[in-house]
Write a protein that binds this ligand. Structure first.
Ligand code: CMC
Length: 431
């Protein structure tokens, strides 16, 4: 088949170039503009990357108009119902679902790496007791760069794999330690007989004086939320990890950069912001007042957990979470959860409101996730940390994919310069 091209002509000077159209297995056609500057002396401008593909990737596919999300081709709905987090982690990292043996081996490897160095624990003491756990995560995960010189050759695929395993395994340990530091309790060592989510709950809620038996309902709910948050193609934090890694920085530093990006309320910080917002709204009688604030251009208030850059129909993750919210709250004997009732009503009212309908603003993954985390006993300031634990798998998968791409180059966007033109220095006495 002949290559499809688009011819671009600058009528002011007659210069012209042929831009080829590329395509993936699914999704819209993509125009290759890499020759544009060379042939025409022109840059492109796309703030927020609304219509710009930054890379090739075979990990995750999203169709925002149809509300489709697939990991390695598998619909998120099927993975959410039938899989577990570490199986999904394997799928994202290696591209295929594991066999029973591969799955067991992978789980053993992750268990083997759950401990952190004893000296790393003293890093936490440098943080004030009320430090936000995400602030602690950025610092402590970044500091892992200083610990694992045995496996930091980013050009060695085996070293990259060991770093990936270490990160996935240690993230819950560091996250739980951030929480314990916050509440002034001693850190709890991981238990390698427990599965990934149960072990995390153990490190969060056991104390040296009392064991903690994770509730299977809580473990199941956490598995599901971790699956839904595991990857989401080139979102802000994943793009940050890729851009950081493109300079050949070490993987722990790249993931720390991803955590920093995730923290923002427009991204992963939204789950904490949603719960804070629901608590502030407080009661269904206040919904109209807050919707009016969200619609007021002079008010910075936004309806947190609503809207998405890519999903303009519905966020399939939000649909799954809303369903399991009922299930989890009932099973945890928390079925009279007023914040859930408030969230349901808020969603209902917003979805009938012209402002939200016209702008295609639907509840996103973060609208309901905090309600489940809260029912599991996770405090608000740990919600984004939970997101970070799950998304580490996606970050690491993208970093590994990028590092093994022979065409990988340093990421270096250009700009439209709007500053002063050349001018002469004026000695201070003359200014
Ligand atoms: N409440 C009120 N108005 C909104 C909201 C909202 N949550 N989201 C978007 N709008 C309006 C916005 O004011 C704009 O209106 P207009 O066209 O009149 O200027 C229009 O909708 C388009 O918004 P945008 O800011 O240009 O859209 P974006 O694609 O740049 O931003 C977003 C996407 C997710 C940052 C934004 O919808 C938002 O801030 N939502 C609340 C925060 C949130 O829930 N974030 C979690 C995203 S999902 C988890 C993740 O993957 O990170």
């Amino acid at each position: 088949m002949a290559e499809k091209t688009i011819t671009l002509t600058d009528n002011s000077n007659g210069k012209s170039t042929e831009l080829s159209l590329m395509g993936g297995t699914e999704g819209p056609e993509v125009m290759d503009i890499s020759s544009l500057y060379r042939d025409m002396g022109i840059f492109t401008y796309d703030p927020g990357f609304v219509a710009t593909a930054s890379c090739h990737s075979s990990i995750t596919y999203i169709d925002g108009d149809e509300g489709i999300l697939r990991y390695r081709g598998y619909p998120i709905e099927q993975l959410a119902r039938q899989s577990n987090f570490l199986e999904v982690a394997y799928l994202l990292l290696y591209g295929e679902l594991p066999t029973m043996n591969q799955c067991e081996e992978f789980q053993d490897i992750i268990r083997y790496h759950t401990m952190i160095k004893e000296t790393l624990k003293s890093f936490f003491d440098g943080f004030h007791y009320d430090a936000h756990p995400m602030g602690i995560m950025v610092g402590v995960v970044g500091s892992l760069s200083a610990f694992y010189h045995d496996s930091l050759d980013i050009h060695d695929p085996r070293h990259r794999e060991i770093s990936a395993h270490r990160m996935i395994a240690k993230m819950p340990t560091i996250a739980a330690a951030s929480f314990k530091h916050n509440i002034g309790e001693p850190f709890i060592y991981p238990r390698n007989d427990l599965d990934y989510c149960a072990n995390f709950l153990h490190m969060m809620f056991a104390t040296p004086c009392e064991d903690y038996e994770p509730d299977p309902v809580a473990v199941k709910a956490m598995n599901l939320l971790f699956i839904l948050h595991a990857d989401h193609e080139q979102n802000a934090s994943t793009s940050t990890v890729r851009l950081s890694g493109s300079s050949q920085a070490n993987p722990f530093a790249c993931i720390a950069a991803g955590i920093a990006s995730l923290w923002g309320p427009a991204h992963g910080g939204a789950n904490e912001a949603v719960l804070n917002m629901l608590q502030e709204i407080g009661d269904v009688s206040q919904i109209d007042k807050y919707l009016a604030k969200a619609k007021d251009k002079d008010d910075s208030f936004r309806l947190m957990g609503f809207g998405h850059r890519v999903y303009k129909n519905f966020d399939p993750r939000a649909t799954i979470i809303r369903e399991v919210c009922h299930e989890v709250l009932e099973n945890l004997a928390d079925n009279n959860n007023p914040l859930f009732e408030l969230a349901l009503r808020l969603e209902e009212v917003a979805l009938e409101d012209d402002y939200f309908v016209e702008r295609k603003l639907y509840p996103n993954v973060d609208f309901y996730s905090g309600i489940i985390y809260r029912a599991l006993g996770i405090p608000n300031n740990m919600f984004t940390v939970m997101f970070a634990i799950a998304r580490t798998v996606g970050w690491v998968a993208h970093w590994m994919e990028m590092m093994s791409d022979p065409q990988q180059r340093i990421g270096r966007p250009r700009q439209i310069y709007t500053g002063a033109s050349e001018r002469d220095y004026i000695p201070m006495a003359d200014r």
